[in-house]
Design a protein around this ligand. Structure first.
Ligand code: GTP
Ligand code: SPV
Ligand code: MN
Length: 596
């Protein structure tokens, strides 16, 4: 097929890679519905996709990955910078020369008998000054179809690229899905990503974590902007004013849910609305007026299915009703639809669990087994979302009032607190810790440090990344800089029950955050920062669920627990040697002094 561009840097790179992997043919993805439909048909004919009930779920498809390939693999994700120090102590590193050789040996001839798909894509609205372009080569139709939902794809992207060399190279080879030879490698200094032996989400949709976070965070450091693992939501008050918040939570800790939240009834009646700009990634840059502006570089949602239902997240559920690809959920064989834990209380009797075994759903559940994989996902077009922001396509992005950090902490972190200033806010982000989830392979529920929710996604030394945050702060007028907060929806009592209802009710906390941004409410100064007075969090309508007393207990700062935490932070910071910004050392000293 004739190339869709004359760009020499693109053509020669594709030639070179085709020479390596030896495809039977090369197909350029032009972004047309006709081509996409033909690919869906082809994938259905080989069993790669299953078409779902077209009346109940129009244009929706089902896919199962290999059972050894169901989540990101952090210990096989490498940052291949020339110097090991530039990857830093929190990344796995390999010398680029060695990595290229290893990867080329694995990839060599692996497209024989197969097609090479060339996907030109834009992260961010096509042509936006905040957007960037990538090209992914893949031998997987599943990847092509997912990229067509998650990013802006096709000829229009190449037209914007022209003959520029500023684009990110991505090579994906399924190979044999051999877990022992699976590698997800970023070469930040070469704008290059190579992924081999996986067919799962974040490992292979190279625009997402590999580019929009690992490569882009490095680009942002050099170019004066930020790539963050943050959702973007707009909160519209009854007067029709919209304020935007960016929030960073680790994987499977509530970004999609918060980004699409439905206000509690009392708020809805007053006229509050929430608009979703993005649910996972933000690219942030200073605008002409001196404020920070964020775009969502993605065009769809790769969301966690389990737990998504009519009550927890009706907007996410509605987003999955057409044009969606479901991965590793369970199937209801009676009506050819999908099911997952937490969708409803009726697991299908005639079911196929996520590995493809035919089972009786209720009996299977009674044995304590899952029908859907805990990290099963939907890939849904952003335009499907009933609360998608009217600013979603705005090439300039939206102005940010607050940054919010958060994680899963059963104890310790209060429901919400505010940093004293920007540098203290960077400290608050840097000390984030969270219980691990099924989004990455490995143990679940273990508390680990996850600064700014970027631990698995920062493409360079985390110490330099913190310095970049501090440097950005220096360029901002304090009146225009977003205020920085920390939240914890996941505090538990001694019996393991969540103490805060979460989901839509999180708006009550966001309301306090916006009032703080506007200087409309007082707060209590504590050792860790400003904590709300319980009376200032609106719990109207939560009678029976949350009392003033229980609210006080989840706003409580337990100094002895925080002293232990400070030791843990000091130990973590110790790994960074002289890369640790002195501002953060000072913040830690202040925390320790405050706890005395
Ligand atoms: P990634 O796509 O992996 O980046 O995840 P995410 O941060 O978007 O997480 P998501 O919103 O999909 O939520 C993951 C899980 O957290 C789901 O099972 C939710 O049910 C649960 N969850 C989300 N918000 C809340 C909350 O406010 N409280 C509680 N208790 N659970 C929540
Ligand atoms: C995450 O793990 O944070 C995700 C899913 O958003 S993945 O695309 O697999 O990284
Ligand atoms: Mn994520």
């Amino acid at each position: 097929m004739a190339p869709l561009t004359q760009n020499q840097s693109v053509l020669s790179w594709i030639d070179e890679k085709a020479e390596l992997v030896k495809p039977d043919q090369i197909v350029w993805i032009d972004g047309s519905e006709k081509q996409i439909e033909a690919l869906r048909k082809e994938a259905c004919s080989t069993g790669e996709l299953i078409k779902l009930n077209d009346e109940l779920l129009p244009d929706c498809y089902y896919h199962r990955t290999a059972v050894n390939d169901v989540a990101r693999v952090e210990d096989r994700t490498l940052i291949c910078s020339r110097k090991e120090e530039d990857a830093g102590p929190t990344n796995h590193w390999m010398d680029p020369e060695k990595a290229y050789k290893m990867l080329y040996d694995i990839a060599r001839d692996s497209y024989k008998g197969r097609t090479m798909y060339v996907i030109p894509y834009s992260m961010g609205p096509v042509g936006s000054p905040l957007a960037k372009i990538g090209i992914e080569l893949t031998d997987s139709i599943y990847v092509v179809l997912n990229m067509c939902i998650m990013t802006r794809v096709g000829k229009k992207v190449l037209d914007v690229l022209g003959d520029s060399n500023d684009w990110v190279r991505g090579l994906h080879c399924k190979c044999d899905i051999d877990a022992e030879k699976r590698w997800i490698c970023q070469f930040p200094e070469d704008n290059t990503i190579i992924s081999v032996n996986s067919g799962y989400g974040g490992n292979v949709l190279l625009g997402k974590k590999c580019f929009a976070l690992r490569i882009a965070s490095y680009q942002g450091k050099n170019e004066g902007w930020q790539a963050e693992h943050m959702l973007i939501l707009g909160i519209e008050n009854p007067q029709g004013e919209v304020k935007y918040i960016c929030a960073a939570f680790p994987s499977a800790c509530g970004k999609t849910n918060l980004a699409m939240l439905i206000p509690p009834e009392g708020y809805r009646k007053k006229g509050y609305k929430v608009w979703c700009v993005g649910d996972d990634i933000s690219w942030i840059r200073k605008g002409e007026d001196g404020r920070l502006y964020a775009i969502n570089p993605e065009n769809g949602f790769f969301g966690v299915a389990p737990g998504t239902n009519e009550h927890s997240n009706p907007n996410a559920l509605a987003s999955t009703k057409k044009g969606t690809i479901f991965t590793n959920v369970a199937r209801n064989l009676d009506n050819n639809t999908v099911w997952w834990e937490g969708l409803d209380k009726n697991p299908p009797v005639n079911a196929e669990e996520w590995t493809g075994k035919k089972v009786n759903g209720p009996e299977w559940k009674a044995e304590g087994k899952n029908l859907a994989h805990p990290n099963s996902r939907f890939t849904a077009p952003a335009v499907n979302c009933p609360c998608i922001s009217p600013e979603f396509e705005n090439p300039k992005g939206v102005p940010i009032s607050a940054f919010v950090f958060g994680g899963r902490r059963a104890k310790l972190a209060p429901l919400v607190y505010q940093s004293r200033d920007w540098n203290h806010g960077v400290f608050v982000g840097s000390i984030m810790a969270s219980e691990t989830t099924a989004a990455a392979a490995g143990a679940v529920g273990v508390v680990r440090r996850d600064p700014m929710a970027m631990l698995p996604f920062c493409g360079y030394n985390m110490g330099d990344y913190w310095q970049h945050w501090i440097d950005i702060g220096k360029t901002l007028d304090p009146d225009k800089a977003p205020k920085i907060f920390n939240v914890n929806w996941f505090r538990k009592d001694d019996e393991g029950n969540f103490l805060w209802p979460g989901f839509g009710d999180n708006l009550r906390v966001l309301e306090w955050i916006l009032k703080r941004c506007d200087g409309e409410v007082d707060a209590k100064e504590t050792a860790i920062g400003y904590v709300p007075y319980a009376k200032d969090i609106n719990i109207e309508g939560l009678e029976g669920e949350v009392s003033l007393e229980s609210l006080e207990s989840i706003l409580d700062v337990d100094k002895s627990l925080w002293e232990t935490e400070a030791d843990g932070i000091a130990e973590f910071y110790g790994k960074f040697g002289d890369k640790l910004p002195k501002e953060l050392t000072e913040e830690l000293e202040t925390l320790k002094a405050n706890l005395k």
